[in-house]
Ligand binder design. Structure first.
Ligand code: KIV
Ligand code: ZN
Length: 513
């Protein structure tokens, strides 16, 4: 890399490091949806997964390699033969591919996790890189826990990795321990001491345990890194990874301090954030920088007054710069199929005829109950309707709730079990003190004969007005499983809850059972 080169490569690891975090697992179709959005966001590299880790991971990387064009597709592999073979096989159909191999270089990891001497670890790294280079031209090497590694050893292994053929060298802060000044010193030392350092791209990969991931990543680029590894909404192991939206908007807004450029289309940030939140079920905190619901909201009178006079008084970036425009009123109950189709196309959503017809049918039902339909309603109803393939194990046939201030809540549900080709109808009377939602959830559990622990439950309106569509999210555990999330939308909030609960159970059946 030439020192004057100011282009930063965005390496998105939402589908790998992001997906690794508790509860964020996605189905294969959801991963494809996310990868398509990452391509629209114009990230340079998509890390699609860790193929050796499971058949589900392998298959997702293979499908992304076949179906996604634009970004380089990367697959993760430990520095061992079988991992590299699996990564190569999964990437077979990618037009642009990268094998990303890693091994830990800190004393604590080498001694207690790998049980290897530093010289053995160095040899494993070199062998893995050479093997990967025999398969593909683009190989990245990561020195896991680099920031807690001995700097002299780190210098040696990085030099050996370059010599073996790696073209990107990643210096991860795996446990989120480093501070900006210390991280700067590591990059400076590597640039000064490593032979041929100017021939490769140095990369930063930070975890957010101390809330320093973005600051550390930006410090790394000021000290010679030209690739930032990050995730949408900052999701990832423990406290998460560097948030793509935060580093990108910091560079764009403070270009005098960070004089770099990237390919990324910042106008796709809002959409990307919404999609990730939807498919992972991880709600974005309202005060989250850039993509939180309050990030561009001005509440206090003084601020509002200033904003009306001149937006620059309190606004350092515009909502439009991340693609956030208010949800517009678009259709009503008299809108025909052609109008609906045109709106869907304008929203950038691609639907085949069958899905369009299903979405339109659902639109008519909602339009009957709700006078005004907004863009966000259309996006939600399409997500809700089209995400259901008809192949799900459990399908809601009907539910009925009786509730009131003087009666015990009673729920009756009928659930079809497609595995068994049967429908199960049950009626459950909730115990005193519990409400209709609790009765509903118990009835569903009884119908499918699965006991769950409700870990997450929230309801939010999608647009404005008393007749707004409501979105319910639930996260549940079955025995000691991880959390499975589900979402449902409806003008009837109890129906939205039923859909969300059943979607979470279907995810459990698909991914966890
Ligand atoms: O945090 C880390 O060290 C990683 C590596 C595998 C790059 O995710
Ligand atoms: Zn990581």
């Amino acid at each position: 890399m030439k020192k004057e080169d100011k282009k930063i490569f965005i390496f998105d690891t939402t589908l790998r490091d992001g997906e690794q975090c508790p509860g964020a697992s996605m189905t294969e179709d959801e991963k494809i949806m996310v990868a398509k959005q990452l391509a629209r966001l114009k990230v340079d590299i998509i890390e699609a997964g860790f193929p050796i880790s499971s058949p589900v991971q392998f298959s997702a990387v293979e499908r992304i390699s076949r179906e996604i064009e634009g970004p380089v597709i990367a697959a993760l592999a430990r520095a061992v033969k079988d991992d590299i073979i699996a990564a190569h096989k999964a990437l077979m159909h990618a037009k642009k591919k990268r094998i990303h191999t890693f091994i830990a270089t800190s004393e604590i990891h080498m001694k207690h996790k790998l049980n290897k001497k530093p010289s053995e670890v160095l040899q494993m790294a070199v062998d893995a890189i050479k093997m990967a280079r025999d398969m593909v031209d683009d190989v990245e090497f990561s020195a896991e826990d680099a920031t807690r590694s001995d700097i002299i050893y780190l210098t040696e292994i990085v030099e050996a990795a370059i010599e073996a053929g790696a073209s990107t060298i990643n210096i991860p802060d795996t446990v989120g321990y480093i501070t900006p000044n210390e991280y700067a010193e590591i990059f400076k030392t590597l640039h000064q001491k490593v032979k041929n350092a100017d021939r490769v791209i140095f990369s930063t990969h930070c975890h957010n345990d101390l809330g320093l991931a973005v600051a550390n990543s930006l410090t790394a680029v000021l000290n010679g890194a030209r690739q930032i590894e990050c995730t949408v909404n900052g999701i990832g192991e423990r406290a998460g990874n560097t948030a793509v939206e935060e580093v990108v908007m910091a560079v764009q807004t403070r270009n005098n301090i960070y004089p770099f450029s990237f390919n990324l289309d910042a106008k796709q940030i809002h959409k990307s954030s919404k999609l990730i939140s939807k498919v992972t079920g991880m709600v974005v905190q309202p005060n989250k920088a850039i993509v939180g619901a309050n990030a561009f909201a001005h509440e206090s009178g003084i601020h509002q007054h200033g904003i009306i006079k001149n937006r620059l008084t309190y606004e350092i970036m515009t909502p439009e710069s991340i693609g956030l425009e208010g949800s517009r009123l678009v259709l009503g109950r008299h809108s025909g199929r052609a109008g609906f189709k045109q709106k869907v196309t304008e929203l950038g959503i691609e639907l085949n005829e069958n899905d369009l017809n299903r979405a339109y049918e659902r639109f008519l039902i909602i339009a009957d109950k709700k006078k005004e339909i907004y863009e966000d309603d259309i996006i939600a109803l399409i997500d809700d309707e089209v995400a259901r393939t008809g192949q799900e194990t459990y399908q809601l046939e009907y539910f009925q709730i009786t509730s009131g201030t003087t009666v015990l809540p009673i729920a009756a549900v009928k659930i079809k079990n497609t595995e068994k080709g049967t429908s199960h109808e049950v009626e459950v009377e909730a115990v005193t003190g519990d409400g209709p939602v609790s009765a509903l959830f118990r009835a569903i559990e009884k119908a499918v004969n699965i006991t769950t622990k409700l870990e997450v439950f929230n309801i939010t309106p999608i647009t404005i007005g008393k007749d707004a569509l409501g979105e319910a999210r639930v996260g549940l555990k079955v025995k000691d499983s991880k959390i499975f999330y589900g979402r449902g939308t409806s003008t009837d909030i109890i129906e939205a809850c039923a859909k969300a609960f059943i979607e979470a159970l279907n995810k459990y059946k698909k991914l966890g059972a």
